[in-house]
Every structure is written in C-alpha cells, then in structure tokens.
Design a binder for this molecule. Structure first.
Ligand code: KDG
Length: 338
C-alpha cells in the first residue's frame, strides 16, 4: 500500500511541476510572450507589434500576455533570433537578410530590382515560395508564421547625390549581413561594410561609413537624416520582415493557442503593410522638411544599375539553386500579369 501511495505522490508532484513550468495554458496560467524588435515603437513595425499584443490579449481574454521590447533593447536581429533558438525569448520580427546564415534560401529576397510593386512582393511572400522558405525554419529551432514588410530600400550618404551608377564608386556603405548585398554593392564600385542595424547611427555619425540604405520610414524613425546629407531614391531592393517564434515555446502551446497567435500575426501583418506604405509616402515630405537633399533616380539609370548587378544575380542563381531562383522570377511574373 505504502508503495502505491509513493507512486501516486510522485505522479502528483510531476503533474504539479509540469503545470507550474508549462506554457500550455493550463487553468490560471498566464502565457507570456517576450517580443523584441530592432526598430523604434513609432516605426510601423513597432505600432504593428502593439497591434499584435492587443489582438492576442483580447482574443485570449488576457490569458496570453505579450511584452513588447523595441529599439534592440533585447539585442540586434541575430542575437534575438539566437535567443529564440535557445528558448529564452518567444518572438522577434527581423529582416530576412541577416538570417541567411541560418536559412541561406532567404537570400533570394536580397536579389536587387526583383519586385516592381509591393503587391508583387505580397503575392510571392504569401504564396508557395514564401511558405517553402518558412518550412525550412523548424529544423533550426524557429517557426515562421508570416511575412511583414520592411520595404523598398533607398541610399543615403554624406558625400554626394547618387544619380548614376558611377556615383556609387568609392562610397563606404553599411549593408545588412548578407553576401548578396555585399557583392551587389561591390559590383557598383562601392565599399560595403556589413554591420548590425543597432550600430548604424553611430557608424554614420563617426564617419566609419559614408552611407547606408533603408526604407524611408526607417530613415525618419532612426533620424539618419541628422547624420546624412543626401538621399537618393534608388529603390534598389525590397526587404521583408519575417515573424519568428521560438520552436521550443511553440511546441508547448495547444493547437488552439497556436492558431490564435498565427492569426494575430497575420492580422497585425496586414495592418503593418498598409501602415508602412502610408508612412513611407509621408516620410518623403518629412525628410524634405528635415533638409536632406533628395534626388530621384531615372528609370534608365535604374536599368543600368540592374545590368551592372546582373552577374551577381547569375552567381546567386547557382548558389541559391536554379529551381528556387526560377520559381521566384516565375511567381513575380505571374503576380505582375494578374
Ligand atoms: O532590427 C532592425 C531591422 O529588423 C531592420 O530595420 C533591418 O533593414 C534592416 C537593416 O538595415 O538592418
């Protein structure tokens, strides 16, 4: 009898310990999601993270709590992604570019001049190709729920307006940590330096680099205009954000909670894309007010830049996989002709 009671006690203890440690939403347990991003709270991504929090907390009746952290408070994109893999942070929403060391296929979104319109990017990211790449994340301890928008990148620098391909020559440009961008900027004759986003302002201020490239909303939100004199509307590449969840956290959730979080990420993502497009358009006015000298790049010059970069596209067609890159261009074409 004593032995039976002993076993019952062991089982009871195990149940209690599991309930206390688990994040599966057992009665009375609050599930806490630490969600960190590198951008500021006023950036469309920051505002959409707050929207994600509202949706999750409302739909779960407060049972699931989201704690947002902005401005790289929890570290840069790669550090936060590693924290997800280690199971010490639940959510981050980085650009896909610095993730190429984990899933090289994300590199297809670094190929310059692929998407003419944001809607083409939406169709590819929300379609079969976008999902195919998200499916590669779980083997790396990550779950990708959906894509948000970082957007079209434009060049700023402290030396001269960049109107023609030749104007890139000799410029020291900070890039994201992705080889495709390094090769593309080298092909244009500039000197690219990869570094995490959180170090960019200081590098521009100290003159370690002459310039950087980012969407207009980021140039405003991070006040890069304070340390840059020229903005050239190069629109040379479209960058997505990917909504990542720690797999070890995800696997402990009930299917219902997984569904709730997935739907919230998608709904907040729709809001983010819309807001980002609006803010990007308004940012141009704001940047004019701030006094940065702005120049357009003619379609002919963009075409010349595209031609110069063509060998880089061919190199990565082989490196990333003929099939994958062909699928990208086919899906873009399909979206274009819709
Ligand atoms: O954490 C910041 C980023 O996710 C994003 O702004 C990245 O575009 C980016 C850059 O330039 O590093």
């Amino acid at each position: 009898m004593k032995r039976v009671w002993g076993s019952v006690c062991v089982v009871l203890c195990l149940v209690l310990v599991t309930a206390a440690c688990g994040t599966s939403g057992s009665a009375g347990e609050a599930i806490v999601i630490k969600a960190g991003i590198g951008l500021n709270e006023d950036h469309p991504q920051g505002q959409a993270l707050n929207r994600f929090k509202e949706i999750v907390e409302e739909k779960s009746g407060g049972r699931i709590q989201v704690r947002p952290y902005f401005s790289a408070q929890l570290g840069d994109d790669l550090k936060m992604t590693e924290a997800l893999q280690a199971g010490v942070q639940e959510v981050t929403i980085p650009s896909t570019s610095p993730l190429v060391g984990i899933v090289p296929e994300f590199g297809i979104f670094d190929l310059p001049f692929v998407f003419d319109e944001e809607e083409e990017a939406d169709a590819v990211l929300d379609g079969a190709l976008g999902q195919k790449i998200l499916d590669k994340l779980p083997e790396h301890g990550l779950v990708g729920l959906t894509y948000w928008e970082n957007g079209y990148r434009n060049l700023t620098n402290s030396r001269r307006p960049v109107k023609r391909a030749e104007d890139f020559r000799g410029l020291k440009i900070r890039t994201m940590q992705t080889d495709v961008h390094l090769d593309a900027f080298k092909a244009l004759g500039s000197n690219p330096t990869p570094m995490p986003f959180s170090e960019v302002f200081t590098a521009l201020e100290s003159g370690t680099v002459d310039g950087q490239e980012n969407p207009l909303a980021t140039i405003v939100s991070n006040k890069f205009y304070e340390v840059q004199d020229y903005l050239s509307l190069t629109k040379h590449v479209y960058t997505p954000f990917v909504f990542l969840v720690s797999k070890s956290f995800w696997d402990r959730l009930s299917p219902e909670d997984q569904q709730l979080i997935r739907e919230a990420a998608i709904e907040a993502g729709k809001y983010e894309r819309e807001l980002n497009r609006k803010v990007n358009a308004e940012s141009l006015e704001e940047l004019k007010k701030q006094g940065i000298k702005i120049n357009e790049v003619s379609p002919e010059e963009r075409e010349r830049m595209k031609q110069i970069i063509q060998p880089v596209i061919e190199k990565y067609r082989k490196k990333l996989g003929e099939d994958l890159v062909s699928q990208l261009f086919e899906e873009v074409e399909k979206a274009r002709n819709r």
